[in-house]
Design a protein around this ligand. Structure first.
Ligand SMILES: NC(=O)c1ccc[n+]([C@@H]2O[C@H](COP(=O)([O-])OP(=O)(O)OC[C@H]3O[C@@H](n4cnc5c(N)ncnc54)[C@H](OP(=O)(O)O)[C@@H]3O)[C@@H](O)[C@H]2O)c1
Length: 304
């Protein structure tokens, strides 16, 4: 059984929760960081470097029996940014794992978006990474997690939407009939811990969501919001031209502030896709895991 895990992305939203879960299970964690200040988390061995540094990746996996690869590029104004981070960076890490003495399991935190690589640069990069990692993993048993939209403490992307929902306003992107799904970050972190505690399985992409059959459409979200706040929720459609304008503004300001934008025209295709419902079927066949937090429960208990 795995005892030492090499973790990437621990300085981000999901990675932090995964680390907490692994530490609570008694795993030793070696974590990659680009930040000069690593804080005071105990029982974590920090390795300075990034997915661009093969030497740092070799050091990261040294002495680990498993890799959980959660680092990823989620924002960018052009395709090559996603390809470099999510494809090339992931392959460098797999190379380090393959060449290591003891690292025999590798869990790739992909995304439900990989189901539709045609939709966005991000989706394509995750899909290509999945395929190339699968080809490259010969000594290493590969797991692929495809979480849907993740929310919870520390998230900055969905939090504003959930906050507005509880104030009575729900911005609707795409068709009101579009299907969405969600997963609370602690359920995702729990699934990662369970994956490490389970026997290796053949590689099959595992979708992960909160287990609500068929997901949610916007009207269902509106109803849930109304129940939780005990008041009306107004569904406000955002027309495509407005969304495109917002994307252009976001790219412009990101350029001015030298940051990478989340909302781009490429991202719009993904956000407005008609079916992002997900199924836990493959995941629950592979590991003993059930999500515990529905969106309604999280809204009631303010678990975000
Ligand atoms: N959030 C979601 O709804 C969602 C849904 C499905 C899948 N995912 C996937 O889950 C993973 C984590 O997402 P998140 O929401 O936690 O994002 P996040 O908060 O932006 O965290 C991203 C993490 O990746 C690290 N990273 C990025 N590029 C790197 C590089 N070149 N070298 C080393 N580290 C690098 C970041 O390090 P720094 O702190 O140094 O920037 C950070 O720790 C990603 O792979 C994402 O695609 C997220």
């Amino acid at each position: 059984m795995t005892r030492t895990v090499a973790l990437t992305g621990m300085t981000g939203f999901i990675g932090r929760h995964i680390a907490e879960n692994l530490l609570s299970r008694g795993f030793a964690v070696r974590a990659l960081t680009r930040k000069p200040d690593t804080g005071t988390v105990t029982n974590v061995t920090w390795i300075k470097g990034s997915l661009e540094h093969p030497d740092a990746l070799a050091e990261l996996v040294d002495g680990a029996d498993s890799v959980v690869h959660c680092a990823g590029v989620v924002r960018g104004h052009k395709e090559s940014i996603f390809t470099e981070g999510n494809v090339t960076g992931s392959l460098r890490l797999m190379q380090a794992a393959e060449e290591s003495r003891g690292c025999r399991r590798f869990l790739f935190i992909s995304s439900l978006a990989a189901r539709h690589p045609e939709l966005s640069w991000y989706a394509k990069s995750k899909s290509v990474a999945e395929q190339q990692l699968t080809t490259m993993a010969t000594q290493t048993s590969l797991g692929i997690f495809r979480p849907t939209a993740v929310y919870g403490p520390g998230d900055k992307e969905l939090k504003p939407v959930l906050t507005w929902l509880l104030r009575g306003v729900l911005p609707c992107l795409g068709s009101p009939e579009s299907r969405l799904s969600f997963i609370h970050v602690s359920d995702l972190a729990q699934a990662v811990g369970q994956w490490l505690a389970s026997a290796p399985q053949p590689t099959r992409p595992c979708e992960l969501c909160d287990g609500v059959d068929g997901g949610y459409n916007w009207q269902r979200l509106q109803e849930i919001g109304a129940r939780v706040r005990q008041g009306p929720v107004r569904l406000v459609g955002v027309p495509l031209p407005v969304l495109k304008l917002l994307a252009d503004i976001s790219v412009f300001f990101a350029h001015l502030t030298r940051r990478e934008p989340m909302l781009t025209r490429s991202k719009i295709h993904e956000l407005t896709h008609h079916d992002w419902s997900a199924s836990n079927k493959v995941c629950t066949e592979q590991i003993t895991w059930r999500p515990e937090i529905s969106l309604e429960h999280a809204l009631r208990e303010r678990l975000f």
